[in-house]
Design a protein around this ligand. Structure first.
Ligand SMILES: CC(=O)N[C@H]1[C@@H](OP(=O)(O)OP(=O)(O)OC[C@H]2O[C@@H](n3ccc(=O)[nH]c3=O)[C@H](O)[C@@H]2O)O[C@H](CO)[C@@H](O)[C@@H]1O[C@H](C)C(=O)N[C@@H](C)C(=O)N[C@H](CCC(=O)O)C(=O)O
Ligand SMILES: Nc1ncnc2c1ncn2[C@@H]1O[C@H](COP(=O)(O)OP(=O)(O)OP(=O)(O)O)[C@@H](O)[C@H]1O
Ligand SMILES: N[C@H](CCC[C@H](N)C(=O)O)C(=O)O
Ligand SMILES: [Mg+2]
Length: 487
């Protein structure tokens, strides 16, 4: 049983009309989910405005309304709370409703353009191997120790976050690692949470459809560190030019990691091939199955975090050498025909360049590198030509195809991509709208020793076309075709 005034603790309130002593059932920000005695939080969104649905919420049983603008007509028996920011109010209310679950475990947030899923998932694996009960909130899945839940967001809404943190409390979870996306931070989904630490991976081009400029995108990420408490730690990659900016105004204890600069946690790459990475980490050698320069950064981030969180250095090194690849992140196999197929979630120019650079560093250059790639519909259009340029410059053959076209015309997305291909590279490229056909064609083209990279969808188990999600799994599909087409 929850009393309204208790769940309003810490909410920035401008005005109250009605009683705050009523007992409320649950909190909802979608009028379509309202039931008797619920509190409705009206949020002004990117598509519509929750304030339009206040009347509907009340007629469906809401007894309290949280809003930024009070309606003209107020109904008797309903309590209206005017707040400055409904998203922020929702976040504090969610934390109060679930009894501050973030304070009962050590919560670490990971932010940056690339590497969040990798770092959080590896930390989850590492702390599990060290014998702890662990939680994970990631793009791929939510884990409450050993129980898996599906997720639709990288950083879910604040009600969902607190609901799962509460389940983690009940399961006795001690550490939770979560991704903090820029949308999540900007929409206050992470407000009101008590973080033990924050990790910054890197910052590059993404989501400039949502954040109006790169500076705004950077400052949203930085605000995550600005809000860390002083007992927390802030661990940042200072090889990234924005790494020190993240630490500029935080009260948290600052730590740094780098490959190219002097830092608290630093590493040197000794070997880098399809067998894994050999690193010299501070003064010790460390081997990992993970591949590619960018994973050296991810390893440093998890080593640093685990050290700060109190694990023994030697144990961390031993556990890192046992870690497995994260699903859809440089996930690869070698077929019976000795064709290497790699599935990677690279869906930004920077991530795609990293993956292709990594492959080009490792490969012998006598074989073909065939890249299959598309760009998502209803998302940042400016990345399309950039990704196509990178794919065509750094591969020997490229098949442009669909990612998740969503509501857009697939051919139009491919045409936006093709604008980025320089004339001398054009002859290397093909366009096949159907992703399955594109993967099949890559498999038909490939000869023994060639490498196929399928980029953009990683772990995703669906393809979204026109509001409908169809089963689709890059890894399974390429595995099947390479088997069927065996030479
Ligand atoms: C652009 C964006 O971030 N949108 C998120 C936002 O929705 P919105 O602002 O579009 O909401 P809206 O449809 O305008 O509705 C406004 C309000 O009216 C309410 N409403 C609406 C209709 C109605 O009948 N009744 C009603 O009450 C809605 O519940 C909502 O509260 O708030 C919703 C609730 O929290 C989110 O589910 C939704 O995520 C959408 C689905 C989404 O695709 N988000 C992506 C871009 C996202 O957040 N991605 C990041 C990762 C990005 C990355 O790093 O790669 C993530 O963390 O997942
Ligand atoms: N530290 C890194 N630096 C640059 N690229 C990376 C790094 N780690 C992973 N990548 C590349 O970026 C892709 C996305 O990685 P990952 O899923 O870990 O990032 P993310 O930050 O969780 O992305 P999202 O915003 O989609 O949730 C990977 O498939 C890999 O190609
Ligand atoms: N969380 C990212 C994922 C993009 C993945 C890509 N496959 C696409 O659908 O565009 C986003 O919403 O921008
Ligand atoms: Mg992620």
């Amino acid at each position: 049983m929850k009393v309204l005034k208790d769940i309003l603790y810490k909410v920035n309130i401008n005005a109250v009309v009605g009683s705050t002593n009523s007992v409320v059932n649950k909190i909802e920000f979608d009028s379509r989910k309202i039931g008797d005695n619920d509190v409705f939080v009206a949020i002004s969104g990117t598509v519509t405005d929750g304030h339009k649905y206040i009347e509907k919420a009340i007629s469906d049983g809401a007894i309290a309304v949280i809003c930024e603008v009070l309606p003209d007509v107020l109904e008797d028996g309903v309590t209206y709370i005017e707040v400055t920011n409904s998203n922020s109010a929702l976040a504090y209310m969610a934390a109060n409703y679930y009894e501050q679950p973030s304070q009962n475990l050590k919560l670490v947030g990971v932010t940056g353009t690339n590497g969040k899923t990798t770092v959080t998932s590896l930390l989850y694996q590492l702390f599990k191997k060290a014998g702890y009960k662990v939680g994970l909130l990631s793009t791929v899945k939510i884990m409450v120790d050993d129980t898996t839940y599906k997720t639709s967001h990288t950083t879910p809404d604040s009600l969902t976050i607190n609901k799962y943190l509460k389940l983690m409390n009940e399961a006795g979870v001690e550490f939770c690692f979560m991704e903090a996306s820029s949308h999540g931070i900007h929409q206050n989904r992470t407000e009101g949470l008590y973080f033990t630490g924050g990790i910054f991976t890197n910052l590059s081009h993404d989501h400039l459809d949502y954040h109006h400029s790169f500076a705004e995108y950077r400052d949203v990420k930085k605000s995550f560190f600005d809000h860390l408490p002083k007992e927390a730690f802030a661990l940042s990659n200072i090889d990234d030019k924005n790494g020190l900016i993240m630490l500029q105004n935080t009260e948290a204890k600052k730590y740094t990691y780098a490959l190219k600069n002097y830092a608290d946690y630093r590493a040197q790459i000794l070997e880098n091939d399809f067998g894994g990475l050999l690193l010299k980490l501070n003064e010790t050698e460390l081997w990992t199955k993970l591949i590619g320069n960018f994973n050296a950064y991810n390893i440093l981030a998890i080593y640093g975090a685990a050290d700060i969180l109190g694990l023994e250095k030697e144990e961390i090194l031993r556990l890192i050498s046992e870690l497995d690849n994260v699903s859809g992140r440089f996930q690869y196999f070698i077929s019976d025909d000795r064709i290497t197929a790699i599935v990677d979630y690279a869906h930004t120019p920077d991530a795609l360049k990293n993956v292709l650079d990594t492959i080009n560093t490792i490969r012998s250059k006598n074989e073909e590198l065939i890249t299959v790639v598309g760009c998502g519909g209803d998302r940042d259009k400016t990345k399309r030509p950039k990704m196509a340029h990178i794919a065509s410059a750094l591969s020997t053959k490229v098949i442009f195809t669909s990612d998740n076209p969503r509501s857009e015309e697939p051919q139009a997305i491919i045409a936006d991509m093709e604008k980025g291909v320089e004339p001398q590279y054009f002859k290397k490229t093909l366009a096949i709208t159907d992703r399955k056909q594109a993967i099949k064609t890559a498999c038909q083209m490939a000869q023994p020793k060639d490498i196929i990279l399928i980029a953009g969808k990683g772990h995703e188990s669906y393809q979204e076309i026109n509001g409908q999600r169809f089963d689709f799994d890059d890894y399974k599909i390429v595995q099947e075709f390479l088997k069927q087409l065996q030479k």
